[in-house]
Design a binder for this molecule. Structure first.
Ligand code: NAD
Ligand code: ZN
Ligand code: ZN
Length: 344
């Protein structure tokens, strides 16, 4: 079968032919119908060899949807042809966090070398993919795989982040979304669906800010050194009760820290190397700063339910498998509006 692989540190990913995978005991083989392209892959492909926590070659793609193509020995409860989405942050399934459905925080994944598809295990940007356990499959139940495959990460990750801050997003509050790309443009819609907060979106590109307005941002602000002052101005000096930073680079974490309100939350989702110190007198009183990773299995079901209710419209650009390297080039260059989705 054809697969998009990251084969050599620092090199661009390429479409190659690899042996057709076969499901082992307990595993499920999916015929991939859609796979999303996440900026985290760009970060992974920029790491030096010594920082890479898994061997190459790696089939990319940690957002996957497909139809069940074959069942490994002992797998029950699924039928060939079932349309499903893949819950990506695989864990051991039995530790205390996994027992809560929070496999994203599995306590034993590292020790057992369990890695998500596309981030260590063979990923979704291929004609077929192996899912290590049927519990990692969520029924699509009528959802379009192309429009909903980004919800497995670009939806789930902001959903988890926003859910934590909901008690603060009361009427009259403000939520700031920094970086209105794949994750950010879904975050705006989630904030509108889940809270009554006023949503202020920040990005460096006018095109991305236009998308932010289309998907429901009340205000848009160019993300520069004056952005925090603009947010303060828009909030009568008070600042934002919650800041969701989908860039996470030094200039944006600084903006987040400078525009958060007393008792506010700054959630750093982007992995751009930015940090934010907290301590007495450094930040407004009682600010919380956190850096979450992905989300739980139950939360993925909730995000898909929200999509079924019509609350989320993911903007997608589609590419064939042969065009997948181009999708990565365009993402790297900041040219994707919404999410790129590969149709193998
Ligand atoms: P993306 O490229 O689709 O979107 C990033 C957006 O940020 C773009 O619109 C870009 O124009 C904008 N941007 C760049 N620099 C900016 C700045 N200084 N100020 C404001 N906006 C700026 O990326 P994505 O796939 O949405 O991923 C976003 C980030 O989240 C990445 O760092 C990715 O690695 C990370 N991520 C983290 C998790 C997690 O679990 N923590 C999960 C998925 C993705
Ligand atoms: Zn991702
Ligand atoms: Zn576990």
């Amino acid at each position: 079968m054809k697969a998009l692989q990251y084969r050599e540190v620092g090199a661009a990913p390429e479409v190659v032919t690899v042996p057709d995978p076969e499901p082992g005991p307990g595993q499920v083989l999916l015929k991939v119908t859609a796979a999303g392209v996440c900026h985290s892959d760009i970060a992974v492909m920029s790491w030096p060899a010594e920082a890479l926590p898994f061997p190459l070659p790696l089939t990319l793609g940690h957002e996957g949807a497909g139809t069940v193509a074959a069942l490994g020995a002992g797998v029950t409860g699924l039928n060939i042809g079932d349309p499903v989405a893949v819950y990506g942050p695989w864990g051991c399934g039995t530790c205390a966090k996994c027992a809560e459905g929070k496999e994203n925080y599995c306590l034993r994944a590292e020790e057992l070398s369990i890695r998500p598809p596309g981030l260590g295990a063979p990923g979704a940007i291929a004609e077929y993919m192996i899912v290590d356990n049927p519990r990692h499959l969520v029924p699509l139940d009528g959802l379009d795989p192309v429009k909903s495959v980004p919800l497995t990460d670009a939806g789930l990750t902001p959903y988890h982040a926003i859910k934590r801050s909901l008690p603060k997003l009361v009427p009259g509050s403000t939520a700031v979304v920094i970086g209105t790309g794949g994750l950010g443009h879904v975050a705006i819609q989630l904030l509108r669906a889940m809270s009554s907060a006023r949503v202020v979106a920040l990005d460096v590109s006018e095109e991305k800010l236009a998308l932010a307005r289309t998907v429901g941002a009340h205000e848009t602000v160019l993300s520069d050194a004056n952005a925090a002052a603009k947010v303060r101005e828009l909030t009568g000096g008070r600042g934002a009760e919650a800041v969701f930073d989908f860039v996470g680079a030094p200039p944006t974490t600084a903006t987040g820290g400078a525009c958060v309100a007393v008792e506010g939350d700054v959630t750093i989702v982007g992995i751009g190397g930015g940090t934010l110190p907290v301590g007495f007198g450094v930040m407004p009183y009682e600010v919380s700063v956190t850096a979450p990773y992905w989300g739980s299995r139950a939360e993925l079901t909730e995000v898909l339910d929200l999509a079924r209710a019509g609350a989320i419209d993911v903007h997608v650009e589609t590419y064939s498998l042969d065009e997948a390297p181009l999708a990565y080039e365009r993402l790297h260059a900041g040219k994707i509006n919404g999410r790129a989705v590969i149709l193998p």
